[in-house]
Design a protein around this ligand. Structure first.
Ligand code: 1PR
Length: 555
């Protein structure tokens, strides 16, 4: 327990995870409710989520900016996270609103031409500041706030501070994304801030947070040595392995993790029950401990209307975020919701409930298809009203994932359809070599006159940050990922893509990373049935020289 430990929250996203991480480390934290709380604080954490301009506007309108600058100048410990770090700089290309100006420099957008943006996932850091006068074992602890060069940390951002002379004496670590080297943490006197999310970086991240909380990070500046970062041929951004939990009520009314074949989740024999593969919160925790880089929950009966207050996944998220310190995505039912009394809750509000309950991202399926249809009907114009746009505007593009549920529609010749056609290695029932990928809604129950390429291009234009690419023909088949589809989508968008559906063995993961340049691979059935442990996937990938996060020792 630390008396006077405060968190500065301006209501822009998932701060529950940070509170849970602090609690997990044995500390209690209070929220700043008033500018005077900032001046009262003995230790202050400022986690920023969403856009720079939104964060600065919120700080200014709540009267927090000046007390925050005073607090920092007072020498009491300050920790910023993500946009909380960016706000310390003079400004950002993302907005005209100036930053706090504590550190010289401007936050810049990553170069989108050379790589996927946002930079999303687990990356390594180089420590540039050392303190040679300290004993070896203290050195790591005191100067680097327990940041370890062997560990990976979770990043999710489109803007960063490029490393240069101006920020040299503030830079604690740098990280490389593509060929760009950016400042991944700063430290000077009482100020410590990270671009990555310690509360989402597993046990490695909890160690960093603990180091701040115990106060072991403040050092004697006069003895600090600073080196230049090395630039490597390849960055160390890991390929992500995601465990996916399809959740619904079974016939007894219990919420269970289930898994089907081609979206049919009922047992093929006996009484045709919904397959029960475990309890969502327990399974998510198991996957975190086994080294999953992210956990995704999909509420697969979301097509049924459910009042906002009764959304069953809210409680699942609240409980999961107490023990799982990697990013959590929730999908299913992210759309406008109508309560029995007729009250309409816009998708934006529904998503907000999920973020406050511990979700880092929401995944939109059916509603994204309708949004894309509207976009094309509008001549390729955005109108600002879709769930993708409203959620991305407030919570950032990185918080909006598009879950795509396509099925193959075979054609003998590409001229048979107006849709974008792909040559497929799996010939159709009549020997057809081509197919187009039809988007579906309501969990594959209804096909639409929209192909996947149209969908992903529209969703990227509307502001989505990531694509979760399923394939109904592969789902639950253990036959490997749909590589033609994945390559086709990767060529159409710049945002990160998660390959999903069909994983059956460790080789399928190295195949998908070798034959396509997806950023992540997701699996469900093989993990639930304990056929392939997550660590076997990672060990196999390491053998194949595919970079991925190693499991950090438990705290
Ligand atoms: O349309 O926004 O309400 O979202 C509904 C969500 O529920 C969508 O993301 C949709 O994919 C999902 N969903 C709906 N019905 C099912 C079903 O299975 N009956 N699950 C379903 C789809 C897809 C994957 C699956 C992979 C990997 N699950 O996430 O986990 O295919 O499986 P595998 O590794 O076992 O092959 P909305």
């Amino acid at each position: 327990m630390t008396a006077g430990l405060y968190m500065l929250d301006y209501g822009a996203g998932n701060v529950r995870s940070l509170v849970n991480a602090v609690n997990r480390l044995g500390y209690e934290i209070e929220f700043v409710k008033d500018p005077s709380d900032i001046l009262k604080a003995q230790k202050l954490i400022f986690p920023g989520v969403g856009a720079f301009g939104h964060a600065m506007e919120a700080l200014n309108s709540k009267g927090y900016s000046e007390p925050l600058k005073q607090y920092i100048a007072s020498g009491r410990p300050f920790m910023g996270i993500c946009v909380g770090m960016q706000s310390l700089f003079e400004g950002s290309d993302e907005s005209d609103i100036p930053g706090l100006g504590v550190i010289p420099g401007i936050v810049k957008q990553f170069n989108k031409e050379t790589k996927a943006v946002p930079h999303m996932g687990w990356n390594a850091s180089q420590i540039l500041k050392t303190q040679p006068t300290q004993a070896e074992e203290q050195q790591q602890q005191s100067i680097s706030y327990s940041i370890n060069e062997e560990s990976s940390y979770y990043f999710v951002h489109s803007y960063a501070v490029p490393y240069d002379e101006k920020v040299k004496d503030w830079t604690l670590t740098t990280t490389q994304y593509g060929d760009e080297v950016f400042v991944s943490s700063v430290q000077k006197g009482n100020v410590f801030a990270t671009q990555f999310h310690p509360e989402k970086s597993g046990f490695a991240g909890l160690r960093v947070l603990r180091s701040f909380l115990t106060g072991s990070g403040i050092v004697d500046e006069s003895t600090v040595m600073i080196k230049e970062p090395e630039i490597y041929k390849h960055d160390r951004l890991g390929k992500r392995i995601i465990a996916c939990l399809d959740v619904r009520s079974n016939d007894a009314g219990d919420l269970v993790v289930t898994k089907g074949d081609q979206y049919d989740v009922r047992e093929k024999s006996g009484d045709n029950d919904v397959r029960n593969l475990g309890k969502p919160v327990d399974l998510a925790r198991r996957y975190f401990e086994e080294g999953a880089d992210e956990v995704t929950f999909l509420n697969i009966t979301s097509f049924r209307n459910c009042p906002l207050g009764d959304l069953p996944m809210l409680e699942v998220l609240r409980r999961t975020s107490e023990t799982v310190f990697v990013p959590l995505t929730i999908g299913g039912g992210i759309r406008d919701v109508v309560d029995p009394d007729g009250t309409v809750h816009p998708a934006f509000e529904v998503a907000g409930e999920y973020f406050r309950s511990g979700a880092d991202k929401v995944s939109i399926g059916s509603d994204a298809v309708y949004a894309a249809e509207k976009y094309y009907a509008n001549g390729g114009q955005k109108d600002g009203t879709t769930a993708i746009e409203t959620i991305a505007k407030a919570y950032g593009a990185q918080a909006v994932v598009i879950s795509v549920d396509p099925r193959r529609v075979y054609v003998k010749d590409p001229s048979e359809t107006i849709h974008h056609v792909v040559k497929n290695s799996q010939a159709g029932p009549n020997g057809e070599q081509y197919c187009w990928y039809q988007c579906t809604v309501k969990g594959g129950r209804e096909g639409r006159d929209l192909d996947v390429r149209q969908l992903v291009i529209a969703c990227e234009a509307l502001g989505a940050g990531e694509i979760l690419l399923n394939c109904m023909d592969r789902d639950g088949t253990n036959s490997g990922y749909e590589l033609e589809l994945i390559n086709d989508v990767k060529a159409a968008v710049k945002i990160p893509v998660i390959a999903s559906s069909g994983a059956g063995c460790v080789e399928h993961f190295d195949q998908v990373f070798e034959k396509t340049n997806v950023e992540a691979a997701l699996a469900a059935g093989i993990f639930h049935r304990r056929e392939v442990p997550i660590q076997d996937v990672k060990k196999h990938l390491a053998k194949c020289n595919v970079n991925c996060r190693a499991l950090d020792p438990v705290l």
